[in-house]
Design a protein around this ligand. Structure first.
Ligand code: NAP
Ligand code: G4F
Length: 344
């Protein structure tokens, strides 16, 4: 029998990859989209899946709107990917971020609980909840120490999912996902900001890339692999929480160097902290500098995940490594800039 899924955050990076995956698996897919000034479906178009899904009006701040969307779709599975997902913005908009990323999840759980039924629920939790990390690598049992309003809101939502699972026996799973990137990543996140800026620099359309803390370390994987892990989490006998990660961590400055190398630049770094700079040895030009506006009031210095549980229980493992991901992102941005086809 055909399964039905509702994906919130359908216009985002993960929403597009998950829609593609579920349509390919034969699901009927509803995409929950919030209203904007124009249609925000570029990622779905890029993956060729826009015409294969049905869009519903959806806003996480509106209880009745959530209830209507669920009633319309009557999904077997809900993937709650919608969020104010940018950590930097959460320091400027802590209340809005808490409303959407924290209470928004409680609204969804309440609608589901009230409706009864057997819908399975996936919540997009995050490695940011480990924050000022208590152990390396981080796993499901590592204590949390959130370092931003975003991470605090996500941690509240995470515990609500656990609480509804334990209180009402709902199938509600939470994915503790480490950073995952792709050519569809939003341009404010550091990987995409870097690949787009370096592509522009290589094509003579930009002089300089200004970033923040180049010594932060992240466990970066490919979004296409991670949405497969989300789906696996909803196919188990019982709901649980799982880390998805690659088990390799890389400094921001090393990601920048690798991206530059893919564009035939050869970076030499000098200085530390806000004085860090990178010069292209080939042209002798400063290509990267640090602008303190991109530092955060509190930083997550190091993330490195251990996905052993997902590997053994879900049979999940990442397939694309960081070198392949870097090349994929650099090539996509180079082509978009060169051919003037940049849409997001
Ligand atoms: P993204 O590209 O920023 O997408 C976020 C989506 O949420 C967009 O579709 C956005 O719609 C929607 N949204 C925002 N506020 C909303 C609201 N009030 N009501 C309804 N929809 C709203 O994020 P992503 O990278 O795909 O991440 C998906 C989820 O995973 C997020 O919850 C994120 O916090 C979480 N996560 C991501 C990562 C990662 O590395 N990517 C890691 C761990 C967890 P608009 O297009 O209208 O803005
Ligand atoms: O790319 P980022 O903005 O991602 P961050 O903060 O790790 O959050 C992402 O991953 C989380 C999972 O761990 C998700 F939950 C969340 O929704 C989001 O997808 O920053 C990565 C690192 C940070 O340490 C930041 O300070 O890069 C550092 N950085 C240095 N310069 C920069 C910049 N980040 C951004 N965005 N822009 C810079 O210029």
């Amino acid at each position: 029998m055909t399964k039905t899924a509702l994906i919130t955050g359908i216009s985002g990076q993960d929403g597009a990859y998950l829609a593609r995956l579920l349509v390919d698996k034969g699901y009927k897919v509803y995409g929950a989209l919030r209203r904007g000034a124009g249609l925000n479906t570029g990622r779905l178009e890029e993956l060729g899946v826009l015409d294969e899904i049905e869009l519903l009006s959806f806003e996480l701040l509106e209880y009745a709107n959530i209830a209507r969307a669920l009633d319309q779709a009557k999904p077997d599975e809900i993937y709650n990917l919608a969020a104010q997902s940018f950590v930097g913005t959460s320091f400027d908009q802590p209340i809005y971020t808490s409303e959407v990323d924290g209470l928004g999840v409680t609204r969804m759980l309440e609608v589901l609980r009230t409706a009864g039924g057997t819908t399975r629920f996936y919540q997009a939790s995050t490695s940011e909840m480990f924050g000022k990390v208590h152990e390396v690598p981080q796993r499901e049992t590592t204590p949390f120490y959130p370092r931003s309003p975003y991470a605090v809101a996500k941690l509240y939502a995470h515990w609500m999912v656990v609480n509804y699972r334990e209180s009402y026996g709902m199938y509600a799973a939470s994915g503790l996902l480490f950073n995952h990137e792709s050519p569809l990543r939003g341009t404010e996140f550091v990987t995409r900001k870097v690949t787009l800026a370096l592509a522009r620099i290589a094509l003579g359309e930009q002089e300089l890339l200004s970033v923040g803390n180049v010594d932060a370390e992240r466990d970066w994987g490919f979004a296409g692999d991670y949405v497969d892990g989300m789906w696996r989490m909803l196919q188990q006998t019982a709901a649980d929480d799982y880390v998805l990660a690659t088990g390799r961590t890389t400094k921001v400055r090393d990601f920048i160097s690798a991206s530059a190398k893919a564009l035939d630049m050869d970076l030499e770094w000098t200085g530390e902290g806000s004085q860090a700079k990178a010069i292209d040895r080939k042209s002798g030009k400063i290509i990267v500098d640090v602008d303190p506006q991109f530092f955060r009031p509190a930083e997550v210095d190091l993330l490195l995940g251990d996905a052993s549980k997902a590997k053994s229980v879900l049979g999940w493992k990442p397939r694309v490594d960081l070198d392949e991901l870097t090349n994929m992102m650099v090539k996509a941005d180079y082509d978009r800039v060169k051919n003037r086809t940049l849409r997001f």
